[in-house]
Design a protein around this ligand. Structure first.
Ligand SMILES: C[S@@+](CC[C@H](N)C(=O)[O-])C[C@H]1O[C@@H](n2cnc3c(N)ncnc32)[C@H](O)[C@@H]1O
Length: 271
């Protein structure tokens, strides 16, 4: 019997993401990775972990790429993306599909010869087997195609993670630190890429990020797998402890929460 993966992408909710997480695909926070993507009108792009489709849509409407296939493991996110991009879906410029990142390597998209695989803020969720995800990207690309991604890098949101892990350890949750997502160093990720891709750009960028709501809202959207490790009756206590511990460090004098986001950005060329 396989152990269920606590990092369950199927749990992603478009409404919580829309309220607490929309900064993820804001122009401010995606301009750097879009610049690295360097979208071209001839590009056929595979958007891995496309979420609610807002960023996928911009690739077509703002950058006029030829077409995009957006995949995500969460059916509700893909439904939201279909609605968001109704016009582009109807015209055939965008196709959305529920597909787990771990299954791309055996999907119908293998051999399709995409020009670019793109991924924003999603690869850190694909922790169980990051190499399977890299193999998937490799297999859907054309020869010499590029893999362009931004996701959480080493040290990402360290303060909140330390408080969450400590709260779970106080409750004797075993291996609480394993609930952290995949936040590699550049060295670590370069080693994983090596058999399949040649990195031409690999950097770690600290990016303090102002939350649109507060830490409680962020926990609801991004930390459910930590909260679900304790009985439901204790989850409010965990939230309160984490908020109390992080407040002096992450909340400014105007009551606004800044999280210590750290990003890893990569461009890698298919070998
Ligand atoms: C923070 S959202 C980012 C969405 C989008 N790329 C954006 O920039 O707005 C992360 C997305 O990764 C998806 N995800 C998490 N694990 C996944 C997996 N194993 N396979 C595919 N998608 C996954 C989630 O469902 C969610 O939509």
């Amino acid at each position: 019997m396989t152990t269920p993966d606590p990092i369950n992408a199927k749990a992603w909710s478009p409404s919580l993401y829309g309220t607490h997480g929309h900064f993820v695909h804001s122009k401010q926070h995606t301009s750097a990775i879009i610049e690295l993507l360097d979208p071209q009108p001839t590009d056929r792009i595979f958007d891995l972990g496309c979420g609610d489709g807002k960023l996928t849509k911009r690739l077509v409407t703002d950058y006029n790429v030829r077409s995009v296939v957006g995949v995500d493991a969460s059916a509700p996110m893909i439904e939201a993306a279909q609605v968001e991009c109704k016009e582009q879906v109807e015209s055939g410029r965008i196709i959305f599909e529920v597909l787990d990142g771990f299954d791309v390597e055996t999907s119908k998209w293998v051999g399709e010869g995409f020009d670019k695989v793109f991924s924003n803020a999603a690869l850190h969720w694909m922790k169980r087997d990051p190499v399977a995800v890299i193999r998937g990207a490799h297999k859907v690309l054309k020869s010499g195609g590029s893999f362009i991604a931004e996701f959480g890098g080493h040290g990402n949101i360290a303060c909140v993670h330390a408080a969450l892990i400590a709260a779970l350890k106080r409750r004797n949750v075993p291996n609480a630190e394993n609930l952290m997502l995949f936040f590699p160093t550049t060295n670590h990720y370069a080693k994983l890429l090596d058999p399949y891709f040649t990195p031409t750009h690999l950097e770690i960028i600290p990016r303090p990020t102002l939350l649109p709501t507060d830490l409680n809202g962020w926990l609801s959207s991004f930390a459910t797998h930590f909260l679900e490790a304790v009985p439901e009756s204790d989850r409010e206590n965990v939230r309160s402890e984490v908020i109390e511990e992080c407040q002096p460090v992450l909340c400014d004098d105007e009551g606004r929460w800044w999280l210590d986001y750290v990003r890893i950005r990569v461009i890698a060329i298919k070998k």
